[in-house]
Design a protein around this ligand. Structure first.
Ligand SMILES: Cc1cc2nc3c(=O)[nH]c(=O)nc-3n(C[C@H](O)[C@H](O)[C@H](O)COP(=O)(O)OP(=O)(O)OC[C@H]3O[C@@H](n4cnc5c(N)ncnc54)[C@H](O)[C@@H]3O)c2cc1C
Length: 456
């Protein structure tokens, strides 16, 4: 039976994808919702950098890709009415290792400059991935089925990804290869990250086939959803204190230096743990909750963007991305869907220790030098650029959550549990940090927690 007054007044904190979806779904259910956002625009870690580049070019600093199996993301993209475009899958991959550009394709497998076993040489890169990853991907199980985590999932969570790869027979040369590219981009890399999280994330990333992006920039998605919410969003409101009791919640926030309070029946906090730990709760949250908020780690990511007078790399036929063993990490053509200018943007995606090093402004030119090592022609086309560090962004303080062994399964229940009238959303409370899909699924879970508490 329903208890208390209705419509209840709910405050949602944070207008990233999780907060936007919470607000939309609660509004649909007839709740009286106010969404407080610290920034002057929605989207959070969906951030399309504009206005820094010539000819209207833009570059994604955060989310850039939507997988074919990201059903929730695709559903809200359709609801928002954004247009999607397929990302081409090159028929060969480029890597830059030990100062050499290496081309790998099924027709002409690369000779990798690392020490591989005879079997690994025969399998090639794709064959090694298949051999070493498939058993682990199966062993993660289906986290949405009752009975999860299974014994196998718990075992995977007790080891690092490096330990898992070794247990499958991967040589140190193969592990070195896997440290160059996508597998390395969670936390401080495969030598540190939980094998369970690494493998679940690879499942979410998918094979790359039928991956899409949004025409005109990823920020179209949160911006269009925010338009539907309209004046129920208040921008420029940075929440600092939350006071709560069994009667209601009082939220304190600053707006242009002034302090305001707002009272409500319930609150959804849809911000990363790294920022949540700066908010003062009275009374304090439970020890268990506080422990996971204080200790959840966040991946360092730095993006360096370089504007080039021409897209000289089009001569390299299949260049859309290059995995490098340099600090710049992964290089990509950020403008392959933007066809109105002859200029182009090359963007690097650096994570972990390298990202922390490159995040220092004085290191911009060392990043440019590294890009020139990989693409020497850039010297004739360079027009400037910029660097963006997620660690230095005050409202995320990192890019996405990551776990060391024995953290993920232990922390997840406490991250997603409500505490009295306070509910928690955000990709970091989901099984899939670093994915819009994780953010949306966490929002739907938080909304369900509110609805069921009202009905119980
Ligand atoms: C480098 C990078 C690459 C990524 N690539 C992809 C990708 O290709 N595909 C994909 O699906 N996902 C990707 N992601 C992940 C995706 O961007 C996130 O999972 C998703 O956007 C998180 O949404 P959220 O609502 O949980 O959090 P956020 O987007 O962080 O939203 C939180 C919001 O809360 C606000 N806020 C914080 N503190 C306060 C406060 N005190 N008061 C009020 N407001 C506050 C913030 O300003 C922000 O708007 C990537 C992320 C990064 C960083």
């Amino acid at each position: 039976m329903a208890i208390g007054r209705f419509p209840e007044r709910i405050v949602v904190i944070g207008a990233g994808m999780a907060g936007l979806v919470c607000t939309l779904e609660l509004m649909k259910q007839g709740y009286n919702v106010r969404l407080l956002e610290a920034n002057s625009q929605p989207g959070g870690r969906i951030y399309t950098m504009r206005d820094q580049f010539a000819d209207g070019l833009y570059c994604e600093m955060g989310a850039a890709f939507i997988g074919a199996h990201h059903f929730l993301t695709l559903r809200y993209a359709q609801q928002a009415g954004v247009q999607l475009i397929n990302i081409p899958v090159p028929n060969r991959s480029l890597s830059y290792i030990d100062g050499r550009l290496i081309i790998d394709s099924p027709a002409e497998p690369a000779w990798w400059p690392v020490s591989l076993t005879a079997e690994e040489r025969r399998l090639g890169y794709a064959g090694m991935l298949e051999k070493y990853l498939k058993p682990g991907l199966n062993a993660t199980g289906n986290p949405f089925m009752p009975g999860w985590p299974t014994k196998q999932a718990v075992l995977l969570d007790s080891m690092t990804m490096e330990e898992y790869l070794k247990s499958q027979g991967a040589s140190s040369g193969a592990i070195k290869l896997f440290e160059i590219g996508y597998m390395q981009m969670l936390g401080d890399g495969i030598r540190k990250v939980s094998a369970l999280q690494r493998l679940l994330d690879l499942k979410m990333a998918g094979s790359g086939r039928n991956t899409q992006t949004i025409v005109g920039g990823m920020d179209q998605l949160p911006k269009k959803l925010a338009l539907t919410i309209g004046s129920n969003i208040s921008y420029g409101c940075a929440v600092t204190h939350i006071e709560h009791s069994n009667k209601g919640v009082t939220i304190q926030f600053t707006n242009s230096g002034e302090v305001f309070t707002i009272c409500c029946d319930r609150v959804i906090v849809a911000i990363p743990s790294t920022v949540l730990r700066t908010i003062h709760f009275s009374p304090p949250l439970s020890k268990e909750k506080n422990d996971v908020i204080q200790n959840q780690l966040s991946t360092s990511v730095t993006r360096t963007v370089i504007q080039s007078r021409t897209r000289f790399w089009n001569n390299l036929s299949s260049f859309t991305t290059v995995n490098t063993d340099l600090k710049i990490g992964w290089l990509l053509d950020a403008t392959f869907t933007q066809t109105t200018s002859k200029r182009g943007l090359i963007c690097s995606y650096s994570s972990g220790e390298s990202a922390r090093e490159l995040s220092r402004a004085e290191n911009f030119h060392s990043a440019v030098s590294e890009v020139k090592q990989v693409l020497p022609e850039l010297s004739h086309h360079y027009e400037g650029g910029t660097v963006f560090s997620w660690d230095h962004n005050p409202y995320s303080r990192g890019a996405y959550a990551w776990y060391k062994p024995k953290q993920m399964i232990r922390m997840l229940p406490a991250l997603s549990a409500e505490q009295g009238r306070i509910y928690f959303a955000g990709d970091n409370t989901s099984l899939f940090p670093g994915w819009i899909e994780g953010a949306i699924s966490s929002a739907l879970r938080a909304v369900n927690q509110i609805i069921s508490s009202r009905l119980s």
